[in-house]
Design a protein around this ligand. Structure first.
Ligand SMILES: NC(=O)c1ccc[n+]([C@@H]2O[C@H](COP(=O)([O-])OP(=O)(O)OC[C@H]3O[C@@H](n4cnc5c(N)ncnc54)[C@H](O)[C@@H]3O)[C@@H](O)[C@H]2O)c1
Length: 266
């Protein structure tokens, strides 16, 4: 087992990639704290973790709220006494503000603020609260989820989201430089299109055929000719969370099916 008796916090662990990583880590012997705003889904993920035979905890935590992040980390330490792995997986573009895909000229201020605060500031808060424990134990693995959009413009304008995800790269590089001496690895997983509930709002009201067509179109843009799955992400995350990546820090690992490379035509 690659993560035997490790303890991981996974933000956004209730659904999508976070859920996939929670289950993969549990299969490798890790206890998992699921920090999320969706309690029902988080509890369902925890049940799966327990079925695998590992312990865990669900903590209601909006990562854009510093007090809630601090409380989440305190609760984790009270129960497990350590934090070996932090996965900053919570994030997204579309939330209660509704679809906010807007040009830079028309993007509402509150959409900018909210998307930056969830995707970038929330990641910063979680790192800030967890790092002191990792420094003390001279061990830690931090995995920050960004997006292909951080380095490669997407067809639809999302300046707030892309800026937030590019900011995660900068935060990661800085932390890698500072924390290497404490044996803390800080890396980015950069997903391409991964089929998760991330797309639910965008595809709301579409027929099953339209939804399948959308993912087929998206997958067709990648050299590997399909969209990714949470399991694809979990495999790469396992590498970064385990000692297989002992000499890896400050890296951005694309899990994109090869994008932004494009498939050749015969
Ligand atoms: N799915 C994709 O194609 C894709 C592509 C590139 C990057 N990403 C990024 O990967 C990460 C995971 O995406 P996903 O596809 O699994 O998304 P998802 O929507 O399936 O799951 C996101 C999880 O984060 C939780 N969450 C949202 N806001 C939160 C908050 N403020 N505090 C705590 N939890 C919160 C949600 O409740 C949910 O459980 C996100 O950062 C996303 O931006 C996704």
């Amino acid at each position: 087992m690659l993560l035997k008796d490790r303890v991981a916090i996974i933000t956004g662990g209730a659904k999508g990639m976070g859920r996939g990583m929670a289950l993969k880590f549990a299969q490798e012997g890790c206890d998992v704290v699921i920090a999320d705003i969706n309690m029902q889904a988080a509890n369902e993920t925890l049940e799966e973790v327990k079925k695998i035979g590992r312990d865990g905890l669900v903590i209601k935590c909006d990562i854009s709220n510093r007090d809630e992040v601090r409380e989440m980390v305190n609760q984790t330490i009270s129960k497990f006494k350590k934090i070996d792995i932090l996965v900053n997986g919570a994030g997204g573009i579309i939330d209660s503000l509704g679809p906010v895909k807007k040009s830079v000229a028309t993007l509402p201020q509150n959409a900018w603020d909210r998307v930056i605060s969830i995707n970038l500031t929330g990641t910063f808060y979680c790192c800030q609260e967890v790092v002191p424990y990792m420094k003390e134990q001279k061990y830690g693995k931090i995995i920050n989820l960004s997006s292909l959009g951080a380095i490669h413009a997407a067809p639809v304008p999302q300046p707030h989201y892309h800026a937030a995800k590019a900011g995660i790269h900068g935060l990661t590089y800085d932390m890698a430089c500072e924390l290497g001496r404490y044996n803390i690895g800080v890396n980015v997983l950069m997903p391409g299109p991964i089929r998760t509930p991330f797309y639910d709002e965008l595809l709301a009201g579409k027929s099953e055929e339209e939804v399948e067509g959308f993912f087929k179109m998206l997958g067709g843009l990648a050299p590997l000719q399909r969209v990714g799955t949470p399991e694809d992400i979990a495999g790469a995350a396992l590498f970064l969370a385990s000692d297989l990546s002992a000499y890896v820090t400050g890296a951005v690992i694309p899990v994109t099916g090869g994008m932004p490379l494009q498939p050749n035509h015969d």
